[in-house]
Every structure is written in C-alpha cells, then in structure tokens.
Write a protein that binds this ligand. Structure first.
Ligand code: ZN
Length: 425
C-alpha cells in the first residue's frame, strides 16, 4: 500500500506519473524508444515509448514468434484545474488570485479549504532548442477559500458552484507583479523570459493515508486512475513470458473525452501495433484478432450514505475484488467477461459486477474509444471506490493487490480464440 501511495504522491500531474514509470522501466532494463526514429526490435527485447510526455506504452517481445497483444489501458490524468497563461489576477481588495479553468468533471466542494500547489511541465528556451522540464512547486502555495455560512446561508442547501467565481485559488496579497511566473521559472531552473509555454494543474498537497477501524480503507488524491495504473504496471512487470506481446498502456486526457494524440482516441495504440507488426514481419489483422484489452479505470463502490444509487443486484464493495463494468457505454461483453473471469479464478482473485442503476447514465471510459482504433475483445474493469472525482478519494486496501495478481495472470496467459472458443494456456 505504501508503494502505491508513494507513486501517487510523486505523480501530481500526468507528466510526473509517466516520468516515474519511465524511470522504473529504465532501471528494470527496458530500452527507451522514440516515436520519431525507426525501431530495431529484437526477440526477447523490452521497450517503452512515450507520447507528449503524458502517455506511455511499455512492452516485451517474446523470444520466439508472437500471436497477438495483451493490452491493459489506464489513464494518467485526473479532474483538476489548469493554470491559464496570464495567470495572476490582482484584486479585489488587495488579494492576488490565480486564473484557472476546470479540467474534467470534478466534484467542486472537496477542493475548498485545502492546501494546494501547482505541477506539470514547462517548455523552456535552452540555447537553440526547446526543452521540457517537469515542475512541482513543493510547498503549500494556494487555497480556494469557502464562503462563511453567515454570508451564504444556502451553502448547505444544494449550492451550485460557479467555476469562475467560487473555484478561484488565492495566491497571496498584492499586485500582479509576475511573481507566479517567476516562481515557476525558478522551479524550472530558467528565466521568466525562457518560458515558452506550460501545462500546469492544481494539485492537492495532502498525502494518501490508510484509515478505518481495521485499517481497511485507503484515501488519496488521484486514486482514479493511478490505482489501476499502478496495479496494471506491477502485473506487467511481474508476469511470466507468454506467446503474446504484453503491453502496458497509460493514456492521457480520459477525463476530457480522450480525443487527443496522447488519449485513447488518438493513434498511439494503433501506431504501436503497426510498428511492431512491421518490424517483426507479422500480419496485423491476425495479430489483432488474437489480442485482448483490459481497460482498467476505477469503479463505484456502494455508498454507505446513499446505497439507493447502486443497482439493486450489482453492488460492488471495497475489498471485495475487481469490478467488471457492464453497460452500453462499456466495451465488456459476455466473451470478454468470461475470459477475464476465468483468469481471475486461476489467480484466486474475486470479481464483482457493476451495472448502472437503470435510470442513470453513468460515466464512460477507455475501452470503447480504444476499440475504434484497434478492435479486439475488451473488458472494462476497475477497483471499487467512493467519491470518484473528488480530490481525495477512498478505496479498499486489499483491492490493489487483487489487481496486481489478476494482471500478472493476464499478461502471462497464452490466449487463443477460434470461432467463439477460447483457451488461456
Ligand atoms: Zn477514471
């Protein structure tokens, strides 16, 4: 559990999450590839490649030939607020605030009255080149203050938060002097004039923690979806060799619809399949037909105070195992469910099922979107959690290990389908 919380704490932005995993892959002997160079892939080789610095693919080539790909996909981003270009807002009344825009469908209330800072990347002029530098301002820098109950008597009566007025973080007292830009430049190790662009987001400062009568819960920022990313990554590293190519995918921008070059609706997965098949002389259609995708994005546990929001017969509980997600906005079908369930049985991992209550639309995720580019059997899964899209979410302490075990089994499987008949070994 500490390892998960350390990873999340060190990953305040998608760029940091990808950077942390890249470092671990390099230490584990994986070779870094670049999308802008041609690839020499060897049987038995281990590789990774990033796109935009916020999406990552890691894979291994089996020693002999390969039949297809075993993918997992999770996402690196989380709902937050993005810092605008002209960030400082002086006033009213001597206050200095930071101008931000909402990113994704966050719960607003949890962001109030919490120490915050900024994290992300800065593009910097460095001689003739433009360099990317990761930035994390490691101090309590910002707060979005609530309005006192005496001034907003409706605060507890279904108050509607306005992002442009209620959700503006307070930075300090004083005039717009460019101090924020100077702070970012100092953190990035450059001058203010050298900053050519930034992708900076607000990040809560609280660290994740384990709590409850029997320490059964874990709460942290960004459990959706770094908990799944972590579990899939551990499983990817631990799995034995199979006759398929295991691919760990961490994609960006799921919270805003995935329609970016580094999102599930971009070509990152599809380009990888093309390049590997071309490099190893494999027919693409055959390889994809022998492939499987586990789309891993957190799921809703039954809420203790609002059990009525859960479907009457599908009620995932924390520490109850991996949730298979069903419904029209998910890619799961009976075939993918069956394969994944059989793998979990082999790994001695419990599964539970999520359907939306029949009058609720629910959310969407990566599976369907990825399938529009590389179409294969896909199961949508997640770990059960509370308070999804809060900036401090809650899950069960046991479920991450269940995901690691299941993904270790998945990535080590020799999966075949022949006209509706599946074999796993
Ligand atoms: Zn998610």
């Amino acid at each position: 559990m500490n390892d998960l919380l350390t990873f999340i704490d060190r990953s305040p932005s998608p760029f940091h999450a990808v950077d942390n995993l890249c470092r671990e892959l390099a230490e584990a002997g994986y070779t870094r590839l670049s999308e802008s160079s041609s690839w020499q892939l060897a049987h038995g080789g281990k590789y990774f490649v990033t796109r935009n610095g916020s999406a990552l693919l890691a894979f291994r080539i089996p020693r002999a030939g390969f039949t297809g790909f075993l993918f997992s996909a999770s996402h690196s981003d989380a709902p937050t607020f993005r810092v605008k270009e002209n960030a400082e807002m002086a006033g009213p009344d001597g206050y200095l605030r930071l101008n931000t825009e909402g990113y994704g469908g966050m719960l607003c209330a949890p962001w109030l009255d919490r120490p915050l800072t900024v994290a992300g990347r800065v593009l910097v002029q460095a001689g003739d080149a433009i360099e990317t530098r990761l930035v994390y301002v490691d101090r309590d820098l910002l707060m979005i203050p609530n309005v006192a109950i005496h001034m907003n008597r409706d605060a507890n009566n279904g108050y509607k938060y306005d992002r442009k007025s209620d959700m503006v973080p307070l930075l300090g007292l004083g005039k717009d002097t460019g101090a924020f830009r100077a702070l970012i430049a100092q953190t990035a190790g450059c001058t203010e004039a050298d900053i050519l662009g930034w992708d900076l987001v607000l990040a809560p400062r609280e660290k994740g923690l384990v709590w409850g009568l029997d320490n059964e819960f874990v709460s942290s920022p960004r459990l959706d979806d770094l908990q799944c990313a972590y579990g899939c990554f551990r499983g990817f590293l631990a799995a034995k060799d199979s006759d398929s190519i295991p691919v760990f995918a961490l994609l960006d921008n799921e919270e805003v619809g995935s329609l970016t070059k580094q999102g599930a609706d971009g070509t990152f997965l599809s380009d990888l399949v093309d390049r590997i098949c071309a490099a190893l002389g494999k027919d693409r259609a055959t390889a994809v037909a022998n492939s499987f995708l586990v789309s891993a994005d957190n799921a809703h546990a039954v809420h203790p105070n609002h059990p009525e929001y859960a479907d009457p017969t599908h009620r995932p509980v924390m520490n109850g195992g991996i949730v298979i997600k069903h419904g029209t906005r998910y890619a799961t079908d009976a075939a993918a469910q069956a394969v994944f369930t059989a793998l979990c049985r082999q790994a001695d991992v419990p599964v539970q099922h999520f359907f939306n209550r029949s009058d609720m639309a629910g959310g969407s995720t990566l599976g369907n979107i990825a399938n529009a580019h590389v179409s294969m059997n896909t199961v949508d899964i997640g770990l059960p959690q509370l308070a999804m899209h809060s900036c401090f979410e809650t899950a069960g302490v046991k479920d991450t290990d269940y995901l690691v075990k299941a993904m270790t089994a998945f990535y080590g499987a020799c999966l075949r389908e022949e006209n509706g008949r599946f074999t796993l070994a």
